[in-house]
Design a protein around this ligand. Structure first.
Ligand SMILES: NC(=O)c1ccc[n+]([C@@H]2O[C@H](COP(=O)([O-])OP(=O)(O)OC[C@H]3O[C@@H](n4cnc5c(N)ncnc54)[C@H](O)[C@@H]3O)[C@@H](O)[C@H]2O)c1
Length: 285
């Protein structure tokens, strides 16, 4: 795969586009919000500088990334060249389904369609598609340039050729793929989100403050980052959407998002991306 299209230029789309372009894949990235697309361009440049400073990438890789990545407002002819699409729009079933229905009218016959969904059923998104055999879940972690794992999720009709192509791409990007069955939250978020939700409930119940809750999990359980800081990094709106998918998918109220999480999302306190979540962030963080 040498020509990629990334749909959605938020936290994950920007990171994935950066990762693809560093690895010499011609990448176009688009978003329904021009404002977000502009911010993504700024963010990608800042991140490349930061990766270079930390010696995670070389000068050549930075130049390669800038050369290979294109920020595009509306999709046109260029879509014919694309052999890999990864969607990283909001964690909403209808949004994702609409995107893929639009895409499949335009893509070429050998193009693989992947979603970065954290929790939504791959088979359900694929259910109304003309080419469900070319559709797959490719779940990157945040930040996509750094985190080693990719959760690969096959839908009911995903074929071997598609799966093999994604396993190969995962390796080429320097990542390690783990295959999960198509079940709500897959492996990662079925385990992670209830923990984050419980940390928020611990805070809401006045058992301890933010720092104490995170310290216990860092120092006592050897987690590299506490659950509240991780929730801020993921995005509180994303955490809430994933919990709703788990609750509805398993029909179990134990996954109900904490009232405090709902309140913060309603107040627009979404974590790092809005610079206010359980912690406050300055512009450069
Ligand atoms: N944040 C994380 O840590 C994380 C990790 C792994 C996977 N994910 C998943 O990745 C996806 C994106 O998450 P995010 O954190 O980047 O969200 P985000 O809110 O940062 O970005 C979503 C972007 O999608 C755009 N968008 C919405 N509808 C669109 C459409 N129809 N066409 C094009 N663009 C559209 C929005 O304008 C926004 O810029 C979600 O499915 C999420 O579950 C998130």
């Amino acid at each position: 795969m040498n020509n990629a299209l990334v749909i959605g230029s938020g936290v994950m789309g920007s990171g994935i586009a950066q990762l693809l372009s560093i690895n010499k894949i011609k990448t176009i990235i688009t978003d329904s919000s021009i404002d977000n697309l502009k911010k993504s361009k700024e963010k990608v440049l800042l991140n490349l500088d930061s990766l270079l400073k930390k010696s995670i990438i070389t000068k050549n890789q930075k130049a390669e990334s800038i050369k290979n990545i294109d920020f595009i407002k509306t999709l046109d002819q260029e879509i014919n060249q694309v052999d890999f699409v990864i969607e990283a729009a909001n964690e909403n079933f209808d949004t994702k389904k609409k995107i893929f229905k639009m895409l499949e009218k335009k893509i070429s016959a050998n193009c693989v369609l992947a979603t970065n969904t954290s929790s939504i059923s791959i088979s359900e998104i694929a259910s109304e598609l003309k080419f469900p055999e070319r559709f797959i879940g490719m779940h990157f972690f945040n930040p996509a340039t750094i985190m080693k794992l990719v959760e690969i999720v096959k839908g009911r009709e995903t074929n071997m050729e598609t799966t093999d192509k994604i396993i190969k791409l995962t390796k080429r990007l320097g990542k390690i793929g783990v295959i999960s069955k198509d079940s709500p939250g897959f492996i990662s978020n079925r385990i992670l989100m209830p923990m984050i939700n419980e940390a928020i409930e611990t805070l809401r119940g006045n058992v301890a403050e933010v720092d104490e809750i995170d310290s216990v999990m860092r120092l006592g359980m050897a987690h590299p980052m506490g659950p509240l800081k991780l929730a801020d990094l993921i995005g509180l709106d994303v955490c809430m959407s994933i919990l709703e998918v788990l609750r509805d998918g398993f029909n179990d109220k134990k996954y109900d998002p904490s009232p405090l999480l709902i309140k913060m999302v309603n107040e627009g306190k979404l974590g790092r991306k809005t610079r206010q979540g359980f912690y406050k962030y300055n512009k450069t963080k």
